[in-house]
Design a protein around this ligand. Sequence first.
Ligand SMILES: Cc1cc2nc3c(=O)[nH]c(=O)nc-3n(C[C@H](O)[C@H](O)[C@H](O)COP(=O)(O)OP(=O)(O)OC[C@H]3O[C@@H](n4cnc5c(N)ncnc54)[C@H](O)[C@@H]3O)c2cc1C
Length: 407
Amino acid sequence: MTADTSRCDVLVVGSGGAGMSAAITAREAGASVIVITKSALGASNTGRAQGGIQAAVGPDDTTEDHFEDTFAAGHDDANPALARALVEGGPAAIAWLERVGVGFTREGDRPRVIRCGGARRPRLLQAGERTGAEMVQALRRAVRESGAGVRESTSLVGLQPIDAGWIATVEHRDGTRSEITAGAVVLAAGGGLAGEAARIGESSTNHPDATPEVLEMALALGAEGRDLDSWQRHPTGAVWPPGLGGYALPETTRSYGATLHDAAGQRFVDELAPRDVVADAIIEIVAAGRGAAAPDGSMGAWLDTTAIDRLQGPGFTAERLAYVHNRYLKQGVDITTERVLVYPVLHYRNGGLVIDGHGRTTLDRLYAAGEITGGIHGTNRLMGNSLLDTVVFGRIAGAAAAREAMA
Ligand SMILES: Cc1cc2nc3c(=O)[nH]c(=O)nc-3n(C[C@H](O)[C@H](O)[C@H](O)COP(=O)(O)OP(=O)(O)OC[C@H]3O[C@@H](n4cnc5c(N)ncnc54)[C@H](O)[C@@H]3O)c2cc1C
């Protein structure tokens, strides 16, 4: 341990969408802020998100419709106040992201919205087709410009309560440790599903930094958790070719018209049903012997991506789904002429730390935001609602932590 101890009003742990939104907002409120992050600033699950972000900004949409879709998809298990804060904060979160520099794809004078699984209206905004990467780029720049202290390759390894705050023990890339004293801490270290997947020997869509030690640390300190074992599988994980292991085709493939089929070519589910319904249907048809086999014997269902260009016109896939198109092309598969084999893959932790409407955990001066929290989505999350929750609740937690630390 070095003798050197840093001090700040607000310590933010993690630099995905939630951590960076919290840090920028705490700085806007006038707090001194340090962000620690396991590897590079912005290296996170947030940067991997391709599909998009939901918000009720479409011409026929309302936050009430967004709430009802979110609550129903979560099996009525969400904390209604948190789910309501999520959807009501949606339009302002989009406006804030635009102010920090995210360029959402537009149609005329408003952002383009498309319909995704479980949503009754077109509500998914996209920044190109790699919304998460665009968000990370803009937020990273805003964090740097905000004057927050950024400590990269610095991991939280211990937290100890003190009068009016916390002492965090952090470990640097070279294995040395030091301490940071903060008036309030915002935990934004994600759901940790890559770590959980490794423990049970499955693959996941998650960034390798997505490990659960910060969640576990908070629980060990006595913070309340909920729905911790409620894990979501992404319905369309790539089964073949093997070079795509852990990759999930974005759900927008189904929004644009790709259909799911069993080995005999029969459709078996509404492709725009909520995520868990689609994932369970694929698992069930494979268990029932109706699945199709990859050359190595791995089983799955067919996702007929060739339907997209038939429905939307030639060149649509190459333009709107360029990233997935190119990823498959590199493996020798053209998804505009060949269907692809898919099977659900571990993706997201629905549950996490209990928070109130200010992002406060059940421990004094300890806040949380993003995938590390539980209660916003219940036991199943709608696609696009997680990027939204990182911004809405990252900003809420950053502002509240700053207020408390500076009081
Ligand atoms: C492939 C993929 C596609 C997705 N697509 C979408 C989508 O289209 N729309 C949508 O809404 N959601 C999507 N999601 C989900 C969404 O991206 C995540 O749930 C969300 O971005 C989580 O944000 P976060 O800030 O809470 O955590 P993360 O983005 O996971 O960031 C966690 C941060 O904490 C850091 N960290 C971890 N442990 C420590 C430690 N001990 N010390 C210091 N730092 C630590 C990590 O390095 C990282 O910077 C997708 C997820 C994946 C994996």
